[in-house]
Design a protein around this ligand. Structure first.
Ligand SMILES: [Zn+2]
Length: 337
């Protein structure tokens, strides 16, 4: 059979089938290089110690190389006397299944649910859960961006969820996302403040339940806005009060009166489209437990940052980023949250 025989039916495929076929052919012809953990460990070393070798336990620079163990470089701190290697205190530390970890990151990037991930990797769902949150806490430890220049900000709401916490005593358990009992904004809703600057740097965090005050906005944004930044919001009163409180230049976009752009550059379309993408992405989790909401907000921020990367580049970036800063999140800690 010649290629023309295959191709003659191409037009009968739907657009999405055509694209899937294209991707499949591309993957077969140009497979991405296999990511090797040894290679990753080198990259982790470079990014982790980009400011010089330092002890992952106490931060001291008095560190010497101390031989290798299982072909991994070891270091000894002269100040605290503890030793470490390139991945100590990262999610990869002491992992028994390095190849599964790479596959796991791939599942996270593709937004697979925990049960699907667990099945694909042959691990327990609870293991998948701990791995996911280890990664999320590690990424979170890198901290938020500082926002500069024009900063658009707006609130968005998620239904409060106690998923995973048993038993729920003060109300009937709500299954799988569900609908709020009250219409409009109530204490059942968790308010997430999102702010985004024109470089695409983002701060997104749970600010409290129901309608929030200027003080609550300040708790999320206050320390993360560069002093000369310019705040762009709708006409909500809490934002007015927040801008006054911080002495920020404030451009108010009166969307309710049909104003969408002022002076050509002031608008809140970036933050609003971020909300839309975030909401759509969150749907797959069918209501994340509120106590983990910030982790997921962080994760989405990273996904947005990696979105123009190839799958291979994104995987490498995550492995590097999640190991950059020593993070001591343990299974015991996650159980206690
Ligand atoms: Zn030390």
């Amino acid at each position: 059979m010649g290629w023309k025989d295959l191709y003659k039916d191409f037009d009968e495929l739907s657009q999405s089938e055509k694209l899937a076929l294209f991707e499949a052919i591309k993957d077969t012809l140009f497979p991405e290089p296999r990511l090797k953990l040894d290679k990753v460990a080198e990259e982790v070393r470079d990014s982790r110690f980009s400011a010089g070798l330092a002890c992952v336990h106490c931060g001291s620079k008095a560190v010497k190389r101390n031989g290798t163990y299982r072909s991994r470089q070891r270091y000894l701190c002269k100040d605290c006397g503890k030793s470490f290697n390139d991945t100590t205190a990262s999610p990869l530390s002491g992992t028994r299944y390095p190849d599964k970890w790479l596959k796991f990151i791939e599942c996270m990037l593709n937004g697979l649910t925990l049960p699907k991930t667990a099945k694909l990797l042959g691990i327990h769902v609870s293991t998948a859960f701990y791995w996911r949150h280890k990664v999320l806490y590690a990424l979170r430890s890198l901290g938020h961006d500082t926002l500069n220049g024009i900063v658009e900000s707006d609130e968005t709401f998620f239904l409060e969820s106690h998923k995973g916490r048993k038993p729920v005593t003060f109300r009937k358990p709500r299954k799988r996302g569900g609908i709020a009992k009250h219409r409009g904004i109530s204490k059942e809703q968790v308010c997430v403040v999102v702010a985004i600057d024109r470089d695409g740097d983002v701060v997104a965090q749970n600010a409290g339940r129901g309608r929030i005050t200027a003080i609550q906005i300040d708790a999320v944004l206050g320390s993360r806005l560069a002093p000369d930044s310019l705040l762009c919001t709708d006409s909500a009163r809490n934002y007015m009060a927040f801008a006054r409180m911080k002495g920020l230049h404030h451009e108010v976009i009166n969307v309710r009166k049909g104003v969408y752009v002022r002076k050509g550059v002031y608008h809140i379309q970036h933050v609003n489209s971020y909300h839309k993408r975030l909401k759509k992405w969150m749907e797959r989790f069918q209501g994340v437990a509120t106590k983990y909401l910030d982790n997921y907000l962080f994760w989405f921020r990273f996904l947005e940052r990696y979105k123009d990367f190839t799958a291979y580049e994104a995987k490498r970036a995550i492995l590097r980023d999640m190991s950059k800063r020593a993070n001591h999140t343990t299974v015991e800690y996650l159980r206690a949250v």
